[in-house]
Design a protein around this ligand. Structure first.
Ligand SMILES: O=C(O)CCC(=O)C(=O)O
Length: 252
């Protein structure tokens, strides 16, 4: 099955995103997609992820901040790399040449830190609007100004610079930063060359989210084995499996 056939089977069409959404992604580097998950889907995803977090100590004192490749640890997250609206947005940024790099969860607990502004790429800065990476941030609780919503600096995917190159202190607040805010069930798709990062969680509750990350299918800086384990590959239908590209299964 070709990638184009897979995307078509998963429901991605030229008009899956509105013109305004496409323009926002192009110019600002991000777009908010509302009502992607229902309350029942959110509850099921949170239950599955909490089992992994409890086993790994993710988000707990001295535990890791993030749990990686969660599609290999639990079933039930497949919507995060197969939803047509999200895939259409990823395809817009990566010119339709996409490869899933898996699903990663971040419980961002109370007092969770403000990350330094960063991009999700180690290769050279993009030029001629040819981008290598694109992320989708799935809000599993409401994202508010108090609970550590992700900040982005609009338009910086076109700056040709990383925050480390351009800023004296990438961890500091930035005068042009915008917060990605929305109710649970919202997905923010952002060009991963946009400068971004979590803000500090000053609320009493966890800010639950996951990221479903993609790269350009043939990017030379993102070449490693598939992000999909053999067991997960067997669970998926061919169109979903095709998004992961590599025949070699994930080895951890
Ligand atoms: O969870 C967030 O707010 C953003 C996470 C992020 O930027 C990252 O882990 O690279």
């Amino acid at each position: 099955m070709t990638l184009q056939e897979a995307l078509c089977e998963l429901g991605v069409r030229d008009d899956t995103l509105s013109q305004a959404e496409k323009m926002r992604l192009d110019r600002e580097g991000y777009v908010l997609l509302l009502n992607i998950l229902s309350a029942a889907q959110i509850a099921a995803i949170c239950r599955a992820m909490d089992g992994v977090y409890a086993a790994e100590g993710t988000g707990q004192k001295d535990g890791p901040a993030e749990s990686s490749y969660m599609q290999n640890k639990v079933a039930g997250l497949d919507i995060c790399f197969t939803h047509p609206r999200v895939l259409a947005a990823i395809c817009r940024v990566l010119d339709g040449s996409i490869k899933s790099l898996g699903v990663h969860g971040r419980p961002h607990p109370p007092d969770g830190e403000q990350q330094a502004l960063h991009v999700d790429y180690n290769g050279p800065a993009p030029h001629a609007e040819c981008y290598a990476v694109c992320n989708s941030l799935w809000m599993l609780t409401e994202f508010t100004p108090e609970n550590g919503a992700t900040r982005v600096i609009p338009g910086t995917h076109r700056s040709g610079q990383t925050p480390e190159e351009a800023l004296e202190d990438p961890a500091a607040d930035h005068p042009r930063q915008k917060l990605l805010l929305g109710p649970a069930g919202t997905v923010a798709v952002f060009n991963s060359h946009v400068w971004h990062g979590t803000t500090c969680n000053r609320s009493a509750g966890r800010r639950l989210s996951l990221t479903s990350f993609f790269c350009r299918r043939d990017d030379p800086h993102m070449v490693f084995s598939s992000a999909l384990s053999l067991a997960a590959a067997q669970r998926l239908r061919p169109a979903a499996r095709c998004l992961f590209a590599d025949p070699e299964p994930w080895t951890g």
